[in-house]
Design a protein around this ligand. Structure first.
Ligand SMILES: Cc1cc2nc3c(=O)[nH]c(=O)nc-3n(C[C@H](O)[C@H](O)[C@H](O)COP(=O)(O)OP(=O)(O)OC[C@H]3O[C@@H](n4cnc5c(N)ncnc54)[C@H](O)[C@@H]3O)c2cc1C
Length: 456
């Protein structure tokens, strides 16, 4: 056994939660970075030396104290469903796997859930709905993904069309973290101070408790529509998205052939046609069906939503699950994450289709931004040939005014969710001055002693 594993066993007083078996360490050192051919090449051989599974805040403090004292890097892991290698340790050391800290402590009367970090979002959604609440937004990986991982690495998803992303509308009320210092502290960030920790990829502390605002539950229905052309489908989706009359949780539009990749729900799609998958208030289903038929659509599904066990569960084909289905059909596909300008969106579509044709397949996810403006977000499925061509596509999108959050980079700053006011980096200087938390992922961080040497 390595000195590190032996030291950690002493710290926990329980060897069964210090994991060193190579296959287990391998598995728990990986996430879904392989969606990106660029990250795949970069990260395939990266792994931790040891995985530790704490069960309490006290144990997390003890592990961080030990790692700080011995200069051991620590990478926090929720469920490992991130897409950018966020939970992949670049410099070995410890993966701090929080899967045993998965309790919902309370769902307050005012609809705030108080949770341990590794509560599964699916479990939280199900428990919340039992008492009249539901998640404001969640990723399509809801069944597996953890709340801490969503806050650490995610951005939004199903529900964002109504409630914005994770950063918006005070959805994250407060976060308690443990710092990486010689004597780790438990620090609570409330209100706007949560932004110091949100989407920092676990580079500036370990989230140990989260206060997460919910919203009153709605009786939803799932609907699938097919339209002869993508233009017609997009125009219909836009009408539903921007008109506040419609109470919606999901509006996803797919250009053909994307629907052809959706094996189990292929019967809900029409050969050669664009599809829309929706979640809409059950009370509005009849009106929506009428509107859709009037707009030329075929309604292929209209079914009350029975929670995450619904069969089919349309959200399994939306957000970044769309990319997964496409990659299953053809491994040469990868993806981008874009935001179109509502006032120029059609012109931007036309430019992209003219230039890239079937190598750039439109997949739209409507979402509300923090100012309440409805945005045609997108996770286009693109054909990969070389890194240079992919970068050229990104450059072209930006040139024509399409926002791109690049999913093919492995640091917080490059991904598009870094705060321009640098608060995540400033929090790292406060809480992890040695740079031991997920090292390499906050690219602009420089250790103070290295800075002093440079300036000497
Ligand atoms: C098919 C597919 C679809 C997806 N769809 C979406 C989507 O719709 N929306 C979306 O936002 N994302 C999406 N993702 C990305 C990912 O699934 C989500 O962001 C998910 O919420 C991550 O949760 P996790 O528990 O797996 O996090 P992990 O991958 O384990 O961790 C993510 C990051 O957070 C850090 N972290 C984890 N726990 C903590 C903690 N307690 N304290 C500090 N840092 C921590 C990790 O170090 C890592 O940097 C998708 C991914 C896949 C593979």
């Amino acid at each position: 056994m390595s000195d590190l594993a032996a030291g950690l066993e002493r710290v926990l007083g329980d060897g069964s939660r210090v994991l060193t078996q190579p296959q287990v360490v391998d598995r728990l050192s990986r996430d879904f970075y392989w969606y990106s051919p660029i990250l795949k090449a970069m990260l395939d051989d990266k792994r931790a030396d040891v995985v530790v599974q704490p069960v309490s805040v006290g144990e997390i403090c003890a592990v961080l104290r030990y790692c700080h004292g011995n200069d051991v890097p620590v990478t926090v892991r929720g469920a490992g469903t991130g897409n950018y290698g966020q939970a992949v340790p670049l410099q070995g050391g410890v993966v701090l796997d929080l899967q045993r800290m998965d309790r919902i402590e309370a769902i307050d009367e005012d609809g705030v859930a108080v949770c341990e970090p590794c509560v599964r979002l699916g479990a939280l959604e199900t428990s919340a709905r039992e008492v009249g609440w539901e998640l404001r937004c969640y990723p399509s990986t809801v069944a597996k993904a953890s709340l801490g991982g969503f806050l650490g690495g995610g951005s939004g998803g199903i529900g964002s069309v109504k409630h914005g992303g994770l950063r918006d509308f005070a959805t994250v009320r407060a976060i308690e973290i443990v710092t990486m210092e010689d004597e780790p502290r438990v620090v609570k960030h409330e209100g706007p101070a949560v932004h110091e920790i949100l989407h920092a990829w676990g580079t500036n502390g370990v989230m140990t408790k989260i206060w997460f605002a919910l919203t009153p539950a709605v009786a939803w229905s799932q609907m699938a529509l097919a339209f002869k052309t993508f233009g017609e489908a997009f125009t219909f989706s836009e009408m539903i998205a921007v008109d506040a009359v419609w109470d919606k949780r999901l509006i996803t539009v797919f250009e053909w052939p994307l629907p052809s990749f959706f094996g189990p729900v292929k019967p809900l799609t029409r050969e050669g046609e664009a599809s829309i998958f929706l979640m809409i208030a059950e009370s509005q289903v009849d009106d929506l069906q009428m509107a859709a038929v009037k707009a030329g659509a075929t309604v292929t599904l209209a079914q009350p939503y029975a929670g995450l066990r619904s069969q089919p569960l349309l959200s399994d084909y939306t957000w970044n699950h769309t990319t997964l289905w496409a990659m299953k059909a053809d491994p040469e596909y990868t993806y981008l994450q874009c935001g179109f300008k509502p006032e120029h969106v059609r012109e931007q579509f036309a430019l992209l289709k003219d230039k890239y044709g079937a190598d750039f397949l439109l997949h739209i996810e409507w979402m509300k931004n923090g100012e309440g403006v409805m945005i045609p977000g997108a996770i286009p499925v693109v054909r990969y040939s070389t890194e240079a061509r992919l970068n050229e596509m990104i450059d072209y999108c930006r040139e024509i005014g399409v926002f791109v959050a690049n999913p093919h980079v492995n640091h917080v700053e490059g991904g598009g969710r870094y705060r321009e006011d640098n608060v995540q980096l400033l929090a790292k200087y406060k809480y992890d001055a040695k740079g031991l938390m997920n090292p390499g992922k906050m690219a602009s961080f420089v250790r103070k002693d290295a800075m002093e040497e440079q300036h000497a």
